[in-house]
Design a binder for this molecule. Sequence first.
Ligand SMILES: [Zn+2]
Ligand SMILES: [Zn+2]
Length: 117
Amino acid sequence: MQHLPPDLVPTSYELDEDQNVLRLSWSDGHESIISYEALRRACPCAWCAGEGNFAGTMTPDTPLTAEMTTLYELVMVGRYGLTPIWGDGHKTGIYTYERLRAMCECDACRAEQAASE
Ligand SMILES: [Zn+2]
Ligand SMILES: [Zn+2]
């Protein structure tokens, strides 16, 4: 995974409830778009992603309810990550800035991801 410069941080965010996407503004001027569903599926917490011998509950086929993909707010975690608070009360996933940036679905990032595959 690409390493980010230490001064590259999210500066603000907006929850787009019409399109169910998170818009995240960065200190370098980039605006990231991440769909709620993609964000929830990528939850890195031990319960969702697994840990040790525990496989985790989230797979690409796990059905998601409307509550599970409703984003209430984002909470800053230290200086390295963000925790989304979901409609079903889930709030144990800490998404690092690197992970969030790598998940960006904007046209420029998609083109870059396609080119590096
Ligand atoms: Zn989780
Ligand atoms: Zn992007």
